[in-house]
Design a protein around this ligand. Structure first.
Ligand SMILES: Cc1cc2nc3c(=O)[nH]c(=O)nc-3n(C[C@H](O)[C@H](O)[C@H](O)COP(=O)(O)O)c2cc1C
Length: 270
């Protein structure tokens, strides 16, 4: 993927899930920019695609007001994240490209929130023509937000301890080492602040000299769909962190409970 490294790196730092939106339509320039990034992200894998639905979506989100998943203030648009359910590693791929969209929207000043559980699938299906075997994995509202969090947002955020993150010492299987090169420390920190379903942070890392292995926190439920999206999100964040430090690499999928290995390309440091 053609990653706009610095823009998305900055977005990683400021992004948080937002659940209250202003009653204001997306302006034309913003819609065009979102459509452009969707075009790019949709060219990345054959079996996944993002679709912008540029209409008010009060009926789409489930959840009692103030509860997890409730989107208050009706965002003026949303993006559906769609994949071929028969394909390979689809949920991971959805995580990867879906997070690209989330970071681009964040850099345009929009609010976003991954919603995988608490949306009305039937309503979304009535907005989109799905092809055979296609499934909607997640959606995100898109809209303008106030810089301050609403009371309800604070309640939901507290409920899932949104701001709490595990330490890198806990996330790294052999503990964290301050002496690691910057590309490793930055890329791990980029994953640490990534969004994950109910803030589960199901990622663990094995750090080698020229690679990082991403694995699941718990082999017993490593295959859960929402966790697989979390892994894909982590893969994009890790790659952005490495690129920010001038290190290029590529991913290779591994068998569960390992997820994938990021191997640096020694010949192509940028
Ligand atoms: C795959 C995935 C699914 C999620 N599903 C929901 C959801 O159904 N409802 C919701 O309110 N938040 C959902 N979230 C948002 C998480 O609760 C949020 O990312 C986490 O608490 C960390 O908070 P932050 O995004 O503000 O850093 C989801 C996040 C991910 C990555």
């Amino acid at each position: 993927m053609n990653i706009p490294v610095e823009r998305w790196f900055k977005a990683i730092v400021v992004r948080h899930s937002r659940r209250k939106y202003m009653d204001k339509k997306l302006d034309e320039d913003t819609v065009n920019k979102i459509q452009a990034v969707i075009k790019e992200l949709n060219s990345y894998f054959d079996e996944t695609r993002l679709v912008l639905v540029n209409k008010e979506c009060s009926q789409i989100f489930k959840g009692i007001i103030g509860s997890y998943g409730n989107i208050n203030g009706n965002s003026p648009a949303y993006v559906a994240m769609i994949g071929n359910s028969q394909g390979e590693r689809i949920a991971e791929k959805i995580g990867y490209i879906g997070e690209g969209l989330i970071l681009e929207a964040t850099s345009l000043g929009l609010g976003t929130c991954w919603i995988a559980g608490t949306f009305r699938e039937k309503k979304v299906k009535s907005d989109i023509n799905l092809k055979e075997n296609e499934k909607i994995y997640a959606i995100t509202p898109l809209g303008y937000i106030k810089s301050d969090y609403s009371l309800k947002e604070k309640i939901v955020s507290k409920m899932v301890s949104s701001y709490k993150r595990k330490s890198l010492d806990e996330l790294c299987l052999d503990g964290f080492n301050e002496k690691w090169p910057n590309w490793i420390k930055t890329s791990l920190n980029c994953v640490r602040v990534a969004p994950s379903a109910i803030n589960g942070q199901p990622w663990r890392f094995k750090v080698n000299e020229n690679s990082i292995i991403l694995s699941a926190d718990n082999p017993k439920n490593a295959e859960k769909l929402y966790k697989k999206m979390d892994y894909g999100i982590a893969m994009l964040h890790l790659e952005i962190g490495a690129l920010h430090e001038g290190v290029k690499g590529s991913w290779e999928y591994l068998e569960s409970p390992n997820i994938a290995e990021f191997k640096i390309d020694n010949t192509k440091t940028i």
